[in-house]
Design a protein around this ligand. Structure first.
Ligand code: NAP
Length: 263
């Protein structure tokens, strides 16, 4: 008998979804329990029964899939089975964020705009560098992704820009850089083309020197492995607020992840 925990994958036929299926096939503690795509109806009783047998959900579908996913999870929670949810969907609107945050108050929920632990660490380093270098260094965040990616700038680029802005008490903008440049403004821009999996660079531009912090994803497997690691971690965490990958990083760095700090 397979003792590994069954996982429901939302968006299983997608680019990241397919990586999740491969990663689950060889995972030591988790296995595939249910694969859901656009064709399945989460209200279907057979799907509901399969979902109830899962230890958690990993969602890499699209924002429009979220209401049906959350209501299927709410229905299960009402029966006493509150499943942990790990979601990597980006491009959520205000209503989508509101629904996810409300869900996080009822059951363990983790969102990350990028499931690479390398990117989570990059956000930490970005905040530290921004604070240390101060306003004499302008900050530009640039990201490059494949031509199919819908949202621009990426959620990760915005997350990095917010980390840089927090580090110096500034703000974030993706509008063309207004001149003269405001040193408190962290500017974000995006490029789209080819099959780039995802590259993010934070530039710190000083008078006579330049620091670049870059992360390059080599394949989408990085997101699948990170999301499954996050689910394993989330299974032992309470509800309360939206968890983020930074909370998992706190654990790895030896801090206590007592209260969620968000994505
Ligand atoms: N957080 C991260 O680390 C990270 C990394 C990469 C991507 N992403 C984000 O993850 C999401 C998926 O990315 P992707 O590149 O894998 O996209 P994709 O290839 O377009 O896959 C999306 C999948 O969602 C499925 N889907 C659409 N509507 C659905 C519904 N109503 N119910 C269930 N499934 C539905 C699609 O099913 P069909 O195949 O049937 O159309 C498709 O398989 C995007 O929001 C992307 O920006 C996040």
């Amino acid at each position: 008998m397979d003792a590994r925990g069954a996982v429901a994958v939302w968006g299983a036929g997608g680019r990241v979804g397919r990586e999740l299926l491969s990663a689950l096939a060889a995972h030591p503690t988790l296995r595939l329990g249910l694969a859901v795509g656009r064709a399945q109806d989460p209200r279907d009783p057979a799907l509901r029964a399969a979902l109830a047998g899962c230890v958690g959900v990993v969602d890499f579908s699209l924002p429009e899939a979220q209401p049906a996913l959350l209501s299927a999870l709410d229905a299960l929670a009402a029966e006493g089975r509150a499943l942990p949810l790990v979601t990597g969907v980006t491009g959520l609107d205000a209503a989508g964020w509101g629904a996810l945050e409300a869900r996080a108050r009822r059951a363990p929920t983790l969102h990350a705009a990028n499931f690479s632990l390398g990117v989570a660490l990059l956000a930490r380093l970005t905040a530290q560098a921004s604070r240390a270098l101060g306003p004499s260094f302008d900050v530009e965040v640039f990201e490059l992704h494949h031509r199919q990616k819908r949202d621009a700038p990426s959620g990760t680029a915005l997350h990095l820009a917010r980390a840089a802005a927090e580090g110096r008490g500034g703000s974030v903008s993706d509008a063309p850089t207004p001149l003269p440049r405001d040193p408190a403004l962290v500017h974000v821009s995006a490029g789209r083309g080819g099959q780039e999996v995802g590259e993010h660079t934070v530039f710190f531009l000083g008078e006579a020197e330049r620091l670049e912090l870059t992360h390059r994803a080599a394949s989408r497997a990085v997101f699948a492995h990170g999301a499954l690691r996050a689910l394993d971690w989330l299974r032992a965490r309470p509800a309360g607020a939206l968890w983020g990958l930074g909370d998992l990083l706190d654990d790895l760095l030896g801090g206590a992840a007592g209260a969620p700090r968000g994505p």
